[in-house]
Ligand binder design. Structure first.
Ligand SMILES: NC(=O)c1ccc[n+]([C@@H]2O[C@H](COP(=O)([O-])OP(=O)(O)OC[C@H]3O[C@@H](n4cnc5c(N)ncnc54)[C@H](OP(=O)(O)O)[C@@H]3O)[C@@H](O)[C@H]2O)c1
Length: 314
């Protein structure tokens, strides 16, 4: 797989990464055996960058990913995130909380060092300088290699970067969610790479989208605007338009969606999440898809018809 460099600090990654959130929550029932097979299949096919977070199962997600990657730990990079309260999912980047969570993440992942540590969400109660100061302690102790931020604004990115170089900004980015483009000038100026989360619009771009009522009660799609009754039908029309372009090119909708992201910038790595080895292979094959200028223009036009905004902070 083609390699990309995430930011000027030199963090390298295969152009398609892997997001492990769905292995423990958000999108219906999970099966650890199948998830481990999916993670290992991703590695076999050239994926090198794997993403998780403390909040994905409060340790369960990190333990699963760590176990799956243990035999190949030296061949991959692992990213994790801190920054939420367990009871009500509020931001919590108090220094003592960060120290406790990151040490626990190292144990959960079964590793001596986290390749990329993110603040998961901005905490208005703690100045970003203090947060990055604590993150930097882990770098100095050799327990973390690169630092990242997620779910924050341009000012915080600048202020954080002034304390310690930020390698990656992780944000929701897809044909359906383009709000983050307003932050591209800041990351360009500072030499920060991008990791695109939920690049398949949380399954809306899976080629098999279903109405909210078909998903289990605890499925995250019950609270996403794209699935709201007033938006769903229009968004299905957009997805069908995209599927039409994908069919012309002989590729899947997921591949079209990921290739569109790769075509936007050369320092962006999407991290699609799949619990299924076959769908992982489908996603990885997007690394070889080259869309024409005409394809990109048609996708761009369709993306303008999406209704509903992405949610933040999860
Ligand atoms: N920083 C943050 O705040 C934040 C927030 C959300 C997510 N993330 C990260 O981003 C990663 C990816 O985002 P995501 O999991 O929310 O959403 P996503 O990748 O946009 O979509 C995941 C959904 O698409 C399905 N899917 C994946 N590949 C498919 C394919 N080739 N064909 C058909 N369906 C496919 C998955 O089902 P199956 O599993 O059944 O294949 C799952 O239901 C997460 O795992 C997490 O690491 C970060």
């Amino acid at each position: 797989m083609q390699q990309r460099t995430l930011g000027t600090q030199g963090l390298a990654a295969g152009s398609i990464g892997y997001g492990a959130m769905g292995t423990v929550f958000a999108y219906g029932p999970t099966d650890d055996t199948e998830s481990i097979a999916a993670i290992r299949r991703a590695h076999e096919l050239g994926v090198t960058h794997f993403d998780t977070a403390e909040m994905y199962g409060w340790g369960d997600g990190e333990r699963l990913l760590g176990a799956a990657l243990a035999p190949i730990r030296d061949e991959v990079t692992i990213a994790t995130k801190f920054g939420f309260t367990t009871d009500d999912w509020k931001p919590d980047s108090r220094p003592e909380h960060i120290r406790e969570v990151v040490d626990r993440s190292l144990t959960n992942l079964g590793t001596d060092s986290i390749d990329l540590l993110y603040q998961h969400v901005h905490d208005p109660a703690v100045p970003i300088e203090d947060v990055v100061g604590v993150m930097q302690e882990f770098v100095q102790a050799g327990k973390v290699k690169y630092l990242g931020l997620s779910n924050t604004d341009g000012e915080n990115i600048r202020r954080a970067h002034a304390v310690h170089p930020i390698s990656v900004f992780q944000t929701e980015y897809s044909v359906f969610a383009r709000e983050s483009e307003e932050l591209f000038p800041v990351v360009d100026e500072l030499g920060i790479g991008l990791v695109a989360y939920s690049p398949l619009a949380r399954g809306f771009l899976s080629g098999a989208v279903r109405p909210r009522s078909d998903y289990p009660e605890d499925d995250i799609r019950h609270i996403l605007e794209w699935w709201a009754a007033e938006h769903f039908d229009q968004n299905v029309v957009v997805a069908e338009g995209l599927s039409g372009i994908a069919a012309e090119r002989g590729i899947s909708l997921a591949q079209l969606s990921l290739a569109w992201i790769l075509a936007q910038r050369n320092d962006i790595v999407p991290i699609p999440g799949s619990k299924n080895p076959v769908r992982v292979a489908d996603n990885v094959a997007a690394a070889d898809v080259v869309l024409t200028a005409d394809d990109l223009a048609r996708i761009d036009a369709l993306s303008r018809d999406v209704r509903g905004k992405r949610i933040r902070n999860n």
